[in-house]
Design a protein around this ligand. Structure first.
Ligand code: TYD
Ligand code: MG
Length: 455
């Protein structure tokens, strides 16, 4: 009989220890170690090639490289975040909060890929529930198979019979492997099931999508180890009260990690949003102060987004600073610059900053728009609605150049803006005569304000 063996695993990062420890040496979290029984069956009895020829070192120049053929899905946003389609034999993890739409997205893709055989394995919903959802989405498909099963051994049996071209697992936390004793969803189970799927993907060349839950803290539940094992990690995020959903790459072995896909949740599933600037600029009839438009880039895609701020006298002693979608440390820095270089007294004011549309941005090129929005609210001056901004603000109040300025300008022009403020160091190589939008080159923040107030 196999010997029963148990180990302790950190539930947050997956570090293993033979004894219980209070603080994880891997991630520094307290009280995360849990005992899990791991009883390994004799793995040799299980199907799998162990007669692999040992690899030998080779010259890099000798290695043959075939341009891998990617599978283009009918979903343009997904293709973009994957770096141009699905790579054969790759394993992609989609993480997101419960109810954000992961199952809907994957089912929709399974149904749209009607030209290949897709197997959708669900451990969370019954066949009837999936059918109901498929009817809501209204995409007819004859090549999508549904399997409600949680044991990996049974799943592999079905896979062998069906030979699918794409496998979707909803979700990795519901699977369990009989090689391991502990409960489904525990670190060792998640790791074992992923390892089995990984082996299947690499051996058969079938791409696999795994859906994974994330915890309240926004981490992929279970383990960081899961992120290390897969090729690509996608995060599906968005405010549950808003209809927009953002699919973001956080790791990609086959492409860039700065790509972004935008969807809108409707009654009939998720709709691709091909012109995101339109939704990020809120529709308004009346001009109000505190609003400025920034030209940013997410991945390769230029976006124009609206920054809203509200600056008002702090009535309860200490002033508040609050920002949604923008780094609050950066906001504090910009406020300090405005205070020191522009002589504006924000110290006694409450400051609220919000990026419209529920999106999070880290592009420093938004700095100028954020400053303009703050000053606009503080001084109650309306920024003309045909103006936008792209520039980083330095600690001295200087406006610094940003990357790929042409793309930002073209996007602004396309959306009908008449003026764009950029750093004078970005003017090199730009020619005003090529654009119908007016380029304003500035080197300091006060020049920007002078322009707006005198406009
Ligand atoms: P779901 O895909 O089940 O989320 P997850 O798998 O990430 O937990 O999404 C469920 C939500 O999406 C639910 O609140 C209902 C909503 N929804 C729509 O608004 N329209 C639709 O067409 C579908 C299928 C779901
Ligand atoms: Mg689901």
């Amino acid at each position: 009989m196999a010997k029963i063996k148990s180990t302790y695993f950190c539930q947050s990062c997956g570090t293993q220890s033979p004894k219980w420890v209070g603080r994880c040496p891997g991630c520094g979290e307290w009280n995360t170690f849990v005992e899990e029984i791991i009883e390994k069956e004799d793995k040799a009895s299980w199907k799998g090639s162990s007669t692999k020829i040992a690899a030998k070192p080779r010259y890099l120049g000798e290695i043959q490289y075939n341009q891998e053929k990617r599978l283009e899905t009918p979903d343009g946003e997904l293709n973009r975040v994957l770096g141009g389609g699905i790579v054969p034999g790759s394993i992609v993890l989609i993480g997101g909060e419960p109810g954000i739409g992961k199952s809907t997205l994957m089912l929709q893709i399974a149904l749209k890929l009607s030209f290949i055989k897709v197997l959708y394995v669900s451990g969370e919903e019954s066949e009837q529930q999936i059918k109901m959802r498929a009817e809501r989405i209204e995409i007819p498909s004859e090549s999508c198979y549904i399997l409600t099963e949680t044991s990996t051994q049974n799943i592999f049996k079905q896979i062998e019979a069906l030979q699918p071209d794409l496998l979707i697992i909803d979700s990795i936390q519901t699977l369990h492997s009989s090689f391991i004793e502990s409960a489904a969803g525990s670190i060792s189970q998640v790791r074992e099931c992923t390892a089995e799927l990984l082996k299947y993907a690499k051996e058969s060349g079938t791409p696999v999508f795994l859906i994974g839950h994330i915890t309240k803290e926004g981490m992929l539940a279970g383990p960081k180890v899961l992120e290390h094992m897969v090729d690509t990690v996608l995060q599906f995020e968005g405010d549950r009260h808003l209809s927009y959903r953002i699919l973001r790459t956080t790791k990609n072995r086959f492409g860039s990690t700065s790509e972004l896909g935008i969807y809108e949740m409707s009654g009939e599933g998720l709709r691709e949003v091909t012109n995101p600037s339109e939704i990020l600029l809120s529709q308004r009839d009346e001009a109000i102060s505190g609003i400025a438009i920034g030209a940013t880039l997410e991945g390769n895609r230029p976006l124009l987004i609206e920054i809203q701020s509200l600056v008002s006298v702090a009535t309860y002693g200490t002033s508040q600073r609050s920002s949604t979608g923008f780094d609050s440390k950066r906001l504090n820095m910009l406020l300090a610059v405005l205070e020191k270089r522009g002589g504006m007294r924000f110290g006694s004011q409450d400051v609220f900053l919000n990026i419209a549309g529920g999106i999070k941005v880290e592009d420093p090129a938004l700095d100028m728009a954020v400053c303009v929005s703050l000053v606009s609210s503080f001084q109650d001056v309306i920024v003309p609605s045909d103006m936008c901004f792209a520039g980083e603000v330095g600690l001295g109040g200087e406006i610094r150049a940003v990357n790929r300025i042409e793309q930002r300008i073209s996007e602004a022009e396309k959306l009908g803006f008449k003026h764009i403020f950029i750093s004078k160091y970005n003017m090199k190589g730009l020619n005003q005569s090529r654009y119908s939008i007016r380029l304003h080159d500035v080197s300091r923040l006060d020049e920007v304000f002078d322009n707006i107030i005198n406009n």
